[in-house]
Design a protein around this ligand. Structure first.
Ligand code: GTP
Ligand code: SPV
Ligand code: MN
Length: 600
């Protein structure tokens, strides 16, 4: 039985049924009975493994094909009628050609399978910033993940109404998980996403990267708002005021961790608290008062498991204690609980590693293997988060005071600095580069440009995207958030991180908030405003962060920065402009200004 009278939805689902030819079609209403039945079925078929229901109530485990463990950027396409509209950061193909090619792959792909029709809302149902999507899929894993990650079920259709055509059409089939025929394709001009031959995370939970960033960034440009790869957090100060901050870091560079930060003891004692609004995606629009407001379009966290522990991120760990799906971590066979690298120092002896082999976990890890895949993840409901913001479901969103960019940089980039203004901040965002991580397939640890941490997610021409940033700044005027850059990952000669990071990042947020309030001065340098000596509070970590280390953390090395600027010029010229990206003149001007200041 379909859950809507909306003819646009019904017609599209009919078309998908004719194409994929499933044995059954099941409309997902989001009811407990339906979900329980799906869980039971997935456990019976082995698609999901039931974990210890006393220690981890409601938790399930899933293992993906070893060839299918991360986003596949080389197989991700933006299909616009004109090639230049996809721009130099995207793979492009003509939409008609792509539809034709993929239609052959989808033809009859669900024979003997069930097609699940998932209505969902990105953003609180009823929020003026929210949008509706429908995903059809042949994967129960996708249904169960979408239930955690989105507002899924019949209510989403209620919000769409009977006549609207404003919903994103997502077609997913795991097919036979063939990496040679894997495609993650966005058709922004049609509000359509087609994904095939994967069953992993960002490739298949189509509400997330495909819709909430690639399609939504395109919608945002046309409709005057922004879709960004940003966490959203609130910092409650001792005076009770809460300041909201967003931060864009590339995949696996610390968004979930910062979003759930627990302040160091001294800060706690003073009354500081951090609340999580979102850990991965922000949709932002100017509000009636002219300030920039952000909502988190998601309803859960698809977080990196390795590295998450009682010390680094107790809040995230707590999120995973019930109703969570674990993907590609290790299983402790003795009690059917889960384990991953750095959860603790005791890998289970009787373990099943992420590919499914039963091993002695102590010996296996001693030989240098990892029990969990580096990009193994937990899918946990936002309501599980001990520090979830009271504004999480606020349809109006939260007003943003500061925007932070960052990445993994072993050298060059200081711990924190502030842009001179919005345009310079947009330059800083365009200049984000970061060492690659396991979140996407390919080599790890290679420095690459990742503008605004959005390289894999901008659904249109990056030059137009930068221009949209500049226009948003003009619209916001003096109400625009202040823009900062941070780097938690600076290293010493031996490759050790010299900043403790995690909870201690509160010390940097503190400086950022004071800059927003105008209560702390800064040094004007060639690259931006830097903290004055002594203005980053190191109380309690003086042994670790000595004055010499702080000097290193805040160093602006003229030689390295001269190289950095030359590389940016090359990047704008060769990687963007020469390949059809329209780099705004204002950004070239920023380059000139930084260069002139460096040479002064
Ligand atoms: P995506 O979900 O892929 O978008 O990743 P993310 O940006 O949310 O990254 P996440 O917070 O999951 O962190 C990824 C990795 O970075 C984990 O292994 C963390 O332990 C590590 N990490 C996070 N914050 C810090 C930090 O402040 N310092 C250091 N050294 N590592 C950190
Ligand atoms: C990322 O890679 O930025 C993620 C994980 O948040 S995925 O959903 O796979 O994109
Ligand atoms: Mn992400």
């Amino acid at each position: 039985m379909s859950l809507t009278n909306n003819q646009n939805v019904l017609k599209w689902v009919d078309e998908m049924v004719s194409l994929c030819k499933p044995e059954n079609v099941v409309w997902i209403d989001g009811s407990k009975e339906q979900l329980d039945a799906l869980r039971k079925e997935a456990i019976e078929t082995g698609e999901m493994i039931e974990l210890n229901q006393e220690k981890l109530p409601g938790c399930l485990y899933h293992r993906t094909n070893p060839n299918d463990v991360a986003r596949v950027e080389d197989r991700t396409f933006i299909c616009t009628r004109k090639k230049e509209d996809a721009g130099p950061t995207n793979n492009w193909c003509d939409p008609q050609e792509m539809y034709a090619k993929l239609s052959k792959l989808y033809d009859g792909v669900m024979k003997g399978r069930t097609m699940y029709v998932i209505p969902y809302s990105m953003g609180p149902i009823g929020s003026p910033l929210a949008k509706v999507g429908v995903e059809v899929t042949d994967s129960i894993y996708v249904v169960l993940n979408m239930q955690i990650m989105t507002r899924m079920g019949a209510d989403a259709f209620k919000n769409l109404g009977d006549v609207s055509n404003d919903f994103v059409r997502g077609l997913h089939s795991k097919a036979d998980v063939n990496p040679e025929e894997r495609y993650i394709v966005q058709f922004p001009e049609d509000n359509t996403i087609w994904s095939i031959n994967s069953a992993y995370g960002g490739n298949v939970l189509l509400g997330k990267k495909c819709f909430a960033l690639r399609i939504a960034s395109f919608q945002g440009k046309n409709e005057g708002w922004m879709a960004e790869h940003m966490l959203i957090l609130g910092v409650k100060k001792p005076d009770g005021e809460i300041k909201y901050i967003t931060a864009a870091f590339p995949s696996a560079c610390g968004k979930t961790n910062l979003a759930m930060l627990i302040p160091p003891e001294g800060y706690k004692k003073d009354g500081y608290e951090v609340f999580t609004v979102g850990d991965d995606i922000a949709w932002m629009k100017p509000g009636e008062d002219g300030r920039l407001y952000a909502i988190n379009p998601e309803n859960g966290f698809f977080g990196v498991a390795p590295g998450t522990n009682e010390k680094s991120n107790p809040n995230a760990l707590h999120c995973t204690m019930k109703d969570t799906i674990f993907t590609n971590v290790a299983i402790n066979n003795d009690d059917m609980t889960v384990w991953w690298e750095k959860l603790d120092k005791n890998p289970p002896v009787n373990a099943t590693e992420w590919k499914g082999a039963v091993v002695n976990g102590v010996e296996y890890t001693a030989e240098g293997n990892t029990l969990a895949h580096p990009n193994s993840r937990f899918t946990a409901p936002a309501v599980n988060c001990p520090c979830i913001s009271s504004e999480f479901n606020n349809p109006a969103g939260v007003p943003i005071s500061a925007i932070i960019f960052g990445g993994r940089r072993a050298s060059t980039t200081p711990l924190v600095y502030q842009s001179f203004d919005w345009t310079h901040g947009t330059y800083m965002g365009s200049a984000v580069s970061s060492e690659t991580t396991a979140a996407a397939t390919g080599a790890v640890g290679v420095l690459r440009h990742d503008p605004m941490a959005m390289k894999p997610f901008i659904g249109y021409n990056v030059g137009d995207y930068w221009n949209h940033w500049l226009e948003m700044g003009e619209k916001l005027g003096d109400k625009a958030p202040k823009i900062f850059n941070v780097n938690w990952f600076k290293q010493d000669e031996n490759g050790n991180f010299i900043w403790p990071g995690f909870g201690d990042n509160m010390r940097v947020l503190d400086w950022i908030i004071k800059r927003c309030e105008g209560t702390v001065d800064a040094d004007e340098t060639a690259i931006g405003y830097l903290p004055k000596k002594g203005d980053i509070n190191v109380e309690g970590i003086e042994d670790e962060v000595t004055p010499e280390i702080m000097d290193k953390l805040l160093d602006v090395d003229k030689e390295l920065w001269t190289k950095e600027i030359a590389e940016m010029r090359r990047y704008y010229d060769d990687d963007i402009k020469a390949k059809g990206g329209n780099v705004p003149q204002a950004l070239y001007d920023e380059l000139d200004k930084i260069e002139a200041r460096l040479n002064k």
